[in-house]
Design a protein around this ligand. Sequence first.
Ligand SMILES: Cc1cc2nc3c(=O)[nH]c(=O)nc-3n(C[C@H](O)[C@H](O)[C@H](O)COP(=O)(O)OP(=O)(O)OC[C@H]3O[C@@H](n4cnc5c(N)ncnc54)[C@H](O)[C@@H]3O)c2cc1C
Length: 330
Amino acid sequence: MGILLPDVPEEYGGGGGTFAHEAVVLEELAQAGVHFGCSVQSVVAHYVLAYGNEEQKRNWLPRMARGELVGAIAMSEPGAGSDLPGIRATARRDGDDYVINGSKTFVTNGWHAGLICLAVKTDTGVPGARGMSLIVVETKDLPGYHVGQPLEKVGMHTQDTCELFFDDVRAPASNLLGPAEGKGFSQMVEQLPYERLTVGVSAVATMEHAVAITTEYVRRRMAFGQPLLDFQNTRFTLAECKTEARIGRIFLDHCIERYIAGQLDEITSAMAKYWLTECECRIVDECLQLHGGYGYMAEYPIARMWTDSRVHRIYAGTNEILKELIGWSL
Ligand SMILES: Cc1cc2nc3c(=O)[nH]c(=O)nc-3n(C[C@H](O)[C@H](O)[C@H](O)COP(=O)(O)OP(=O)(O)OC[C@H]3O[C@@H](n4cnc5c(N)ncnc54)[C@H](O)[C@@H]3O)c2cc1C
């Protein structure tokens, strides 16, 4: 449909737009209840765009834009999620290749992924983040690479989430992202504002949509001889939700403007992801309550929004970790 990578330059097959175009696509999808991992496609593309050399960009980005290569980003491991410097997957240089061993979990798009941006330790001799690198792995017919069955989640059923296993997997050394090993952690820190902003966009679209469909519902649903909307509690609840959604929209638009101007700092993007997703979950929960028992039925969109939105507080950096980041800046 031509909606992949709207904010990647045309010379690499993208739409040639800005993050505003990406935001429109994400908003429309979120309002339709579709979270199929296209934001992950963009996130991976932006790693390649930011740190890839010309050959890497020309090799991967056009195929990603056409949807021929599905991207995934694999950082989390069974023993290390928030504690990213604690990852144990390794890539050992052997001639012109890296030999990769280890496992990853919770990888969005993992089932379909043809291209994985993989966080590994290239130097196990140095502690923490300093020995981390990002290596791009093309998975097609790759010996030693295995994908687990998609994990069963409570929500987000339109995107798959998988475990990945690497058993002496060989990737060309030229697939390292960036000029040298050991830059992986700082590259992730630099790119996380983009990912957090995409989550913020979905959060605001979801809250606005929740308020809209709930307003419609309480207008039609009768109780005690009157529409639910005629109860003051219903009106007050929706008034609060609508106000918070408006505040969220204005904060998000401010962040998008700053991102496009190249001025969105790490702390503000952390604030946006943390606050907007807390607000989203609060609003969706209130809106579900106004649907009564029907709100708990999977066939009702609000039920799906409730289960889908919950993970927004967990991935792309848990909200607790983001509050730590904000706290350190005080
Ligand atoms: C649906 C889904 C999709 C995902 N997609 C991806 C993906 O594509 N790629 C990828 O790499 N990962 C992905 N993740 C993983 C996600 O990023 C991690 O789940 C997240 O970073 C948290 O890590 P964890 O699950 O190991 O929790 P833990 O790190 O074990 O945290 C557990 C709890 O402890 C809290 N905590 C941890 N450390 C601190 C601290 N220092 N201070 C205060 N509280 C703390 C956390 O906030 C959390 O509440 C996905 C997860 C889900 C559920």
